[in-house]
Design a protein around this ligand. Sequence first.
Ligand SMILES: [Zn+2]
Length: 273
Amino acid sequence: MREILLPYYNDRRGKSINTLVIHASAQHTSDALMAKLIERELSSHYLVDEKGEITRMVPEACRAWHAGVGEWMGDKDLNSTSIGIEMCNGLFGEEPFTDKQIETLTELCQHLIDKYNIAPTQIIGHADLAPGRKIDPGSMFPWQKMAENGVGLWYDMQEGNYLTLLSHEKMLKEIGYGTDDLEATEWAFCRHFNPQLYRFLGGKLGANKGTIEGLVLHDNPEYLRTLKAVYAAYKNARDLQSTIVDTSYKGAQHSLYGRFCGAWGNLKKASTY
Ligand SMILES: [Zn+2]
């Protein structure tokens, strides 16, 4: 792993790491991607290029600036609680990722999941937390394959055949999505959990949201079936998690590192990220 540290970070505000956020850029090489981050004074902890090589840009203990405005499970300060991983790609994840790249990413995520005890329901894409602004890591990102290798969560479509009293909006919220921009959230959900349907319907890059004007996703039976199935999978996973006693001692360690990061971070101007 190579290490090129960027100065765009601050302290984690006393919060512990509990989320992984995956990004995809529109740059094929790590140098081009880093140049883009530097230009915008942004950062992530890691970058995985198309050859499957990793670059570390921010120490894990520090708060990188990659998530921006958004939310997941009611958490609206995801930079403080997450590790951000950038993937090189030609088009925000609408072009295929290389096998080598996905292999490396899977190993990196497995390592971080073990290290920080990250729940499968907390492994998300940038668009999942900011559906109105972002589309990455895109419809070519292999979420199902990642989940089969222990990174994130997939679902059983059979579960989508049952009746539920919950509204489609409520199910999205329970999965973790913010629904301020409901239309964009529905497209983000579809891109993540049913990319075939997303591409079949003609989801696109327009306006950053990937929405198609005039097409209401929650009227689509396959969308609804997917939504119910994912809701069931997330609910089951969370029920299981809540029965496991948290023996994590890492919070104390993080806040110690947090103070160290603060000293460095304060050298930079305060950022909204
Ligand atoms: Zn992103």
